[in-house]
Write a protein that binds this ligand. Structure first.
Ligand code: ADP
Ligand code: MG
Length: 284
């Protein structure tokens, strides 16, 4: 409030801009879902339907895991949130407003995006990769450096890795850089597209554990895509199950394990078979 009173010495246009931003930031959005899909469809120019009538709410501070096989529409769903794609039907809302009406740069400032493998600039050092968004936003160099160091520590990267290039890192370290970069400008929303999919099982386990501890501290709204039920059950507050461009069901991990939905049950059977808990023919 106090900030609004200080505008009396500003020019008229400064006041207008300030009040618009102030109104935008202070609108009471706590009770609204952070992200909402209202009857969203997405068709390719060829007419092929990729997503059909998607209705989904993501609550503030939750980790919603989108689970589905390859080609089920998971990546398309994520890209509709940060407007890398626009729905051909229905509406995607972020913080209570349709993404179509928003300034796209400003929308994306509030949404970190982590993708598998690629995504780091190969000719930029770790430090520059992590600092890309603050640097575009014109932060002073010392502030970028301090933030980069803080983020590297947060995601478990030793500070002496700062001058290295992506090809001089392990797969796990590269993914940590990707996560640090997505967090750089402290976005409230994080989109993660199979971020640990290409890692060996032990590194993947490390990163999942660290993701959980990071999320306990940061309380971001996270939409996390995977095809791996084990990962989904471990990280999710709720699991959204997709198949052939449709949302089949949204369940808590406990509900998922007990679900009688045929597709959910098929995932659970495959998961149990994979762990050898139900049958283990190899050991007989
Ligand atoms: N630009 C595109 N051109 C052709 N097909 C596409 C395009 N984008 C998505 N698709 C198709 O849409 C479906 C869903 O894709 P995607 O969202 O990437 O699935 P997922 O991430 O679950 O693997 C797939 O069948 C994919 O081949
Ligand atoms: Mg995908």
């Amino acid at each position: 409030m106090a900030g609004a009173w200080k505008t009396s010495t500003w020019s008229r246009s400064d006041v207008a801009v300030n009040l618009i931003c102030w109104a935008d930031m202070n609108r009471d959005t706590r009770d609204e879902p952070a992200i909402e899909f209202r009857d969203v469809s997405y068709e390719l120019p060829s007419g092929q339907r990729v997503l059909s009538n998607l209705n989904l709410q993501v609550q503030r501070g939750e980790t919603l895991v989108v689970l589905g096989r390859s080609g089920s529409g998971k990546t398309t769903t994520l890209k509709l949130i940060n407007r890398l794609l626009r729905p051909t039907g229905g509406e995607v809302r972020v913080n209570g407003a349709g993404t179509g009406q928003r300034d796209v740069i400003r929308l994306r400032r509030g949404i970190g995006y982590v993708i598998q493998e690629i995504g780091l600039l190969p000719h930029f050092t770790v430090e520059r990769n992590i600092g890309i968004v603050p640097s575009i936003d014109g932060w002073p160099l010392d502030k970028i450096r301090a933030r980069t160091q803080e983020l590297m520590q947060m995601v478990g990267l030793e500070s002496q890795l700062a001058p290295r290039y992506p090809h001089q890192l392990s797969g796990g370290q590269r993914q940590r850089v990707g996560v640090a970069r997505a967090l750089a400008a402290d976005p409230a929303i994080l989109l993660m597209d199979e971020p640990f999919g290409a890692l060996d099982p032990l590194t993947r386990d490390d990163l999942q554990r660290e993701f959980l501890s990071l999320q306990q501290r940061l309380h971001k709204t996270v939409v996390f895509v995977t095809h791996d039920l084990n990962e989904a059950l471990r990280l999710a507050s709720r699991v959204a199950l997709m198949e052939a461009g449709e949302l089949i069901t949204v369940l808590s991990p406990q509900e998922f394990l007990r679900s009688t939905d045929p597709l959910a049950a098929a995932y659970v059977r495959a998961f149990r078979a994979g762990t050898g808990l139900d049958t283990n023919r190899g050991s007989s």
